[in-house]
Ligand binder design. Structure first.
Ligand SMILES: [Zn+2]
Length: 296
């Protein structure tokens, strides 16, 4: 069997998914992440692979999505939310434990690859996958391959400053990363909740706005305007065929109608054929993309 194993290493759970060559699911298992324990994390991943391969009676390729990036300078993990990975030679340690080469990518890159391969961006040459959730991240896929870059930050638009701040974008918020006015500080779920200022979270704000609540509607309108400006600056550099949204806020249907109308004044083109679409694979995107890291 031509088996591709994908692993999504999250802050709270580790998920493994095995796909056959057609992309059909053959095995799936999810276990809690041993938080803060690096050695146990390596052991858990290794054991998951062993269980899967024993159950299927076949060896597979292994791709892993991590909440961070692999520094090309040091071969170690950087920018990780799961802090026990930072500075560790996670890839080398897993390769030693598993006895084979593995591929590793940022979880946002895995999302973009999953949607570009057999999701909402299928068939498109250039796909920008943008995650709007607790954080704001992104990944770029060109001709079916993740674009990584020498600094392993390709697609990381969340810590660029919001373009063209207006009165209601001020004062410029401080970001935990040490920069100011980061896109993430405006477009994450917590940022939307803070901006609405009505003690509701993002799904509740969307529901209230749909029922005619003025403050929630105004907050969503500001959100869409900011998202349009932020995406337009990506489009002016990358000119993607498709932009796929993922993360919790991507479930707000109104974004797909409103944002492409709002981005027009900021895109440096009279006609814009870039499509803004919702993810297809949802929560499975990370683990599917990790499996597809070995697709060619
Ligand atoms: Zn930042």
């Amino acid at each position: 069997m031509d088996l591709r194993i994908g692993i999504d290493l999250g802050g709270s759970k580790i998920e493994l998914l095995a796909l056959d060559a057609r992309g059909d699911e053959r095995y799936r298992k999810r276990v809690p992440t041993p938080r803060g324990d690096y050695g146990a994390t390596v052991k858990t991943v290794t054991a998951l692979v062993g269980e899967c391969e024993e159950a299927l009676g076949a060896q597979g390729t292994i791709g892993i999505g991590i909440p961070g990036a692999l520094s090309l300078a040091t071969g170690r993990i950087k920018n990780a939310n799961s802090t026990c990975l930072i500075g560790r030679p996670f890839k080398q340690d897993l390769e030693a434990a598993l006895g084979r080469e593995i591929r590793m990518a940022n979880d946002a890159n895995c999302f973009a690859l999953s949607e570009a391969t057999d999701g909402a961006g299928r068939g498109a040459r250039v796909v920008f996958g943008a995650i709007l959730g607790t954080g704001v991240g992104g990944g770029i896929v060109v001709d079916g391959h993740v674009l990584t870059g020498p600094n392993a930050i390709a697609g990381e638009w969340g810590h660029n400053p919001l373009p063209l701040p207006r009165g209601d974008d001020l004062p410029l918020p401080e970001c935990y990363c040490g920069r100011k006015a980061c896109i993430e500080s405006y477009l994450s779920g917590p940022a939307l909740a803070r901006d609405a200022g009505v003690g509701l979270d993002a799904p509740q704000i969307a529901a209230q706005a749909a029922q005619g609540d003025g403050r929630c509607e105004a907050a969503l309108a500001r959100y869409e305007e900011r998202l349009a400006r932020a995406l337009a600056s990506v489009m002016n550099v990358l000119d993607p065929d498709v932009i796929v949204l993922g993360g919790g806020l991507s479930n707000m249907d109104r974004l797909y109608a409103n944002v492409p109308r709002l981005w027009m004044p900021y895109v440096f083109s009279d006609l814009v054929s870039t499509r803004l679409v919702r993810h297809v694979h949802g929560d499975s995107s990370g683990v599917r993309g990790a499996a597809w890291l070995w697709n060619g």
